[in-house]
Design a protein. Sequence first.
Length: 217
Amino acid sequence: MFEDNYRHKGMRRQLIRTLVSKGINDEAVLKAVEAVPRHFFFEQAFLEHAYQDKAFPIGEGQTISQPYTVAVQTQLLNIKPGDKVLEIGTGSGYQCCILMELGANVFTIEYNKKLYDQAKVQLRSMGYRPHFHLGDGTKGWPTFAPYDKIIVTAGAPTVPEALIDQLTPGGILVIPVGGEDHQEMLRITKDSDGKLKTEKHDYFRFVPLVGKHGWRK
Ligand code: SAH
């Protein structure tokens, strides 16, 4: 296991300053980023990359999301302690740790067996205990539905219907939707009558969401 020393903490504070300069202003989100040692998700040789504001390969053609993207999605979710959160695309598990630092009870789904196995070991070693599921997140996770918040961390061609269905009244779904090149970040809020409101927030570039209601592999 890696150590988390003053140098790493200093690099993390520098990253926080970068996020603030890019417009992240939610104190709780910034605190969560400061709390999670992102370099634990990197091999020692790539330490320098851990606190740069960029995505990085995690194997299997996938990436750990850019810190700015993680911060934007988390900020849009407006996590309250105790929120039941469904995450589609566990990947490295980094985003999941940020959600847990904010006090969320996280249910996270990964499609790729190798990444699923890795993330389980990684998060356990760091002391995080979300509910892990190996499967197709475009169908949601009906067993534990509904969820207060749902976050999709891969680019979707359209909004999967199941995710809307599995959102609690008053709940929020944050999902990047668009082509394979770039996607618009949508925040969809379901009001107490089940009516939906969609806000659009900037463009990002995610790896594709695959599965039944994603991009076909
Ligand atoms: N949240 C991750 C980002 C991972 S990248 C992190 O913090 O590191 C997106 C992930 O979504 C990849 O691991 C990919 O395998 C996964 N994915 C793609 N389609 C999926 C689907 N239908 N269900 C679940 N996971 C999916």
